[in-house]
Design a protein around this ligand. Structure first.
Ligand code: VGL
Ligand code: ZN
Length: 203
């Protein structure tokens, strides 16, 4: 497993107000992931790793609002803003996704048609990055889809157990997501374990 920080990217998925307590599609304890992610992001920046923050970024008439989800993360609104507790200083790239009216995008790599690329794969490849570590919201949707695509694209893929929280709809979806990711080869670690392993490798 290549855990050298300069060849690793931290993906901070959708840490926006609408997904945090008080937001329109609030994930329980969504804001609890900010502490571990800020700590990791600071270390990554220090050690030459990359930090990427994604944002769900929907037009006001987005297709996903019709039946599936309440109105959330509408472009330019307060709910679409990053949570004020997210440290943006170490973030190298902000990636907007889901901005096409008729197409949703859970994954940071491909929209839900599975073929429209966001460009993230090219960004990472051009920097020689082969490992991604994911945290953020929501475990059972955007984190799950991003992690599954990362594995499919050949990245060593880590999901940070303490730095993700899920929607939990339908019931059992968070547990199912962890099972699906593990079966696909995703490595599940605590953020402290990742730091420990990465810093040890660097020594
Ligand atoms: C998400 C539902 C709808 C997510 C985004 O970030 O996991 N979930 N849009
Ligand atoms: Zn959305």
């Amino acid at each position: 497993m290549n855990l050298r920080i300069p060849q690793t990217a931290l993906l901070e998925i959708d840490l926006q107000k609408d997904f945090c307590p008080g937001g329109s599609l609030a994930v329980a304890e969504g804001d609890a992931v900010l502490g571990p992610l800020n700590t990791l992001a600071g270390k990554f920046a220090q050690e030459g790793g990359r930090v990427i923050a994604t944002a769900d970024w929907h037009p006001a008439d987005h297709v996903s609002f019709q039946t599936l989800w309440p109105v959330h993360c509408v472009q330019g609104t307060g709910g679409a803003a990053f949570h004020e507790g997210l440290d943006l200083r170490p973030v190298n790239l902000i990636l907007h996704k889901g901005f096409r009216r008729e197409l949703d995008s859970y994954s940071a790599f491909f929209e839900n048609d599975r073929t429209t690329a966001t460009g993230l794969d090219g960004f990472l490849r051009s920097l020689g990055i082969g490992t991604v570590a994911l945290g953020g919201l929501a475990t059972d949707y955007c984190v799950l889809y991003s992690a599954m695509d990362a594995v499919r694209l050949g990245y060593t893929t880590i999901v940070l157990r303490d730095a993700v929280r899920g929607v939990g709809q339908p019931a059992g979806s968070v547990e199912a997501a962890f099972k699906q990711m593990e079966a696909a080869g995703v490595i599940i670690l605590n953020s402290a374990e990742l730091l420990c392993v990465a810093l040890c490798v660097a020594l």
